[in-house]
Design a protein around this ligand. Structure first.
Ligand SMILES: [Zn+2]
Length: 279
């Protein structure tokens, strides 16, 4: 029985992962329908080239006719979605929460990848996330969703990001991140929503300082003459160089999975921090 559940949720995740790839690729286009084609040679793909992960491995990551490399994005998104769906499906949450939860996972992965490419979060997907977050809370909180604290959770979690956006004229933070944070508040509540923000800032800072900042410096050193100083002077800004969405979404995933499994994340973090500071 457990084995069947694993197969069911993993397969569902793989299928939704390949749907997420289609969403990301075709966002802003007229239609989601029609057969998928190779972006390099535009040949329509046959059914056996569209099996999540397996097709990528069987084709060794290349198109059958033009041999152009297929982006690693496709199998990675499918695998991530499968793991995420599996984590939601095997959790002790009610079935309704799992159903909407899978939709939330789909939106989170699509938003994260799209933001990574474009530093832009599609409004329709962010709105879908906010709506789905509120609906799952109706199932977990019942009448509790009408409490003042729940209603305020969205705006209160969005407030720090709004302040960063407002005082930097949108240079440190995009407005898409502010809107997205409303959904974080309504999905996780307070204080867990703030914990997700902390994770996002800490992970974002580590990745920014260890990977992206050295890359910028290196690029500046390699460009010559006046352009070199111009490149150094421009420096490193969060908005132009690093999309914040993927970090927010990593934070949300950690906190939300801990919520679904009733893991006392805040107590664990408090223990960890007090141990570090007192010893
Ligand atoms: Zn091709």
């Amino acid at each position: 029985m457990f084995f069947l559940e694993v197969v069911f949720w993993a397969t569902l995740g793989l299928i939704l992962g390949s749907f997420a790839n289609v969403l990301i690729l075709r966002y802003g286009m007229q239609t989601l329908g029609g057969r998928s084609a190779c972006p390099a040679c535009t040949r329509q793909l046959r059914w056996f080239e569209l099996i999540p992960v397996i097709s990528y491995l069987a084709l060794r990551g290349k198109c059958m006719t033009c041999h152009v490399r297929i982006s690693l994005q496709y199998p990675l998104v499918e695998l991530l979605m499968a793991l995420f769906t599996l984590a939601i499906g095997l959790s002790p949450a009610p079935l309704a929460v799992k159903g909407i939860g899978v939709l939330i996972a789909l939106l989170l992965i699509a938003i994260a990848v799209y933001d990574l490419y474009t530093t832009y979060m599609p409004d329709a997907w962010v709105l879908g996330f906010i709506g789905a977050a509120i609906i799952t809370s109706i199932f977990t909180l019942g009448w509790g969703v009408f409490s003042v604290w729940f209603i305020l959770a969205g705006p209160l979690v969005a407030l720090p990001l709004y302040a960063l956006w407002f005082f930097s004229d949108g240079r440190w933070m995009g407005f898409g991140d502010v809107k997205f944070a409303l959904g974080i508040g309504w999905l996780l509540g307070i204080p867990l929503g703030y914990v997700a923000l902390c994770f996002a800032f800490v992970i974002g800072a580590i990745v920014g300082v260890c990977i992206l900042l050295p890359l910028q410096r290196l690029k500046a050193l390699f460009s010559s003459g006046i352009t070199r100083y111009a490149a150094v002077g421009e420096g490193f800004t969060m908005k132009s160089e690093v999309p914040f969405g993927p970090f927010l979404i990593i934070g949300v995933c950690i906190c939300w999975i801990s919520l679904l499994y009733s893991i006392p994340l805040i107590a664990i973090l408090a223990d960890f921090l007090s141990l570090n500071f007192s010893s």
